[in-house]
Design a protein around this ligand. Structure first.
Ligand code: SF4
Length: 341
């Protein structure tokens, strides 16, 4: 669970149930500073706003409770139709995180307290899409689980989708705070995915996230609560002996999951890649990072919008794909492998 150093309540956020939930949870905790904003100038209330590295560090220890104003949802192709803007930002400090590049000036986590407005807007999109099903993604710009025990936003969204025949919800996490989601009505309309990696990768690059043991325990609980379940194995790093470690990971996962799951799990496997822009931000925020980002060792793949990526070379990727395809289909014969890239 994310226990911030400071919580900044934007004007109006305490008028909503979610804002109240957060306030009540922390009101007696003297170690957590509470700042009530009269204007919505968040940045000025986080120390070191003129030094990216220090600001990043303080930002990651800050929680903002706000009110979502514009209610036009961003699209979220190809995995969903729309982003569901319950949260943004994340307390995790994964060295390679895409949020460093896209939300670099807002390193803090934020909860939007006016969830009824957000769900009403989701309903409008669902109605517009009838008779088709409309899918919403809850983690496009955030990892929502570490704030869930005190905000209750996911719970409310899951219950909303449970009674909605034409709406579906999905989110993904590297955390394990699932307790409040286990005994609620989801009706199979929410797909919970976990991003998994080897112990070595988590320890080296995924600072301030849940350990693999905690994540696997959370997978087990979500599987037993009969949610549709998916796994993203990413980013895969092709270090010496990587196959041994990833096989061990798949076997540990198998041990945790119940036999004959009602919803067979899905897998998405993504090898490590980076853009020049991401590399520059990472080098500034984590100058001592040990990420393998030597351009000479990679193949440059041109992207659709001029954002080319450095990926592993062709032979390495072919070998990796063969490995995962074989191991996943042997260890989880009932599963669906969506893609390995
Ligand atoms: Fe980024 Fe996800 Fe890590 Fe959070 S958990 S820092 S969103 S990669």
């Amino acid at each position: 669970m994310f226990i911030p150093k400071r919580i900044i309540f934007e004007k109006g956020s305490l008028d909503y149930e979610i804002g109240q939930n957060v306030y009540n949870f922390f009101k007696d905790n003297k170690n957590v500073e509470k700042i009530m904003l009269k204007s919505n100038k968040v940045k000025q209330n986080i120390p070191n706003s003129d030094d990216l590295r220090k600001f990043y560090k303080e930002g990651k220890r800050t929680l903002v409770v706000g009110v979502k104003k514009g209610l036009k949802f961003q699209s979220c192709k190809p995995s969903a139709h729309y982003q569901l803007p319950l949260y943004s930002g994340c307390m995790g400090q994964c060295q390679y995180c895409y949020l460093n590049t896209n939300l670099g000036d807002k390193p803090y986590a934020k909860i939007n307290s006016n969830i009824d407005d957000i769900l009403n807007q989701a309903q409008k999109y669902i109605d517009e899409g009838l008779p088709d099903i409309t899918i919403f993604e809850g983690s496009a710009t955030s990892d929502p689980l570490p704030m869930e025990p005190y905000s209750g936003s996911l719970k409310k969204a899951i219950e909303f989708f449970a009674q909605n025949p034409n709406g579906r919800f999905r989110f993904v996490s590297k955390f394990d705070d699932v307790e409040t989601l286990l005994d609620i009505k989801h009706d199979g309309k929410t797909e919970v995915r976990f991003t998994l990696n080897t112990d070595r990768v988590i320890r080296e690059y995924e600072n301030a996230t849940a350990s693999i043991d905690l994540r696997l325990e959370a997978c087990k609980k979500i599987a037993n609560a009969c949610y549709p379940l998916g796994f993203i194995i990413a980013p895969v790093f092709l270090y010496n002996n990587y196959k041994e470690d990833y096989k061990k990971l798949l076997l540990s996962l198998r041990e945790k999951l119940p036999e004959n799951m009602i919803n067979p799990p899905s897998f998405e496997v993504i090898s490590h890649r980076y853009t020049t822009r991401a590399k520059n931000v990472i080098m500034e925020v984590f100058p001592e990072n040990t990420l393998p980002m030597d351009n000479e060792q990679r193949k440059y793949k041109y992207g659709q919008f001029g954002y080319g990526k450095y990926i592993y070379n062709k032979d390495e990727l072919a070998d990796m794909k063969e490995f995962f395809q074989k191991e996943i289909s042997e260890i989880f014969p009932e599963s669906e492998v969506k893609y390995i890239i």
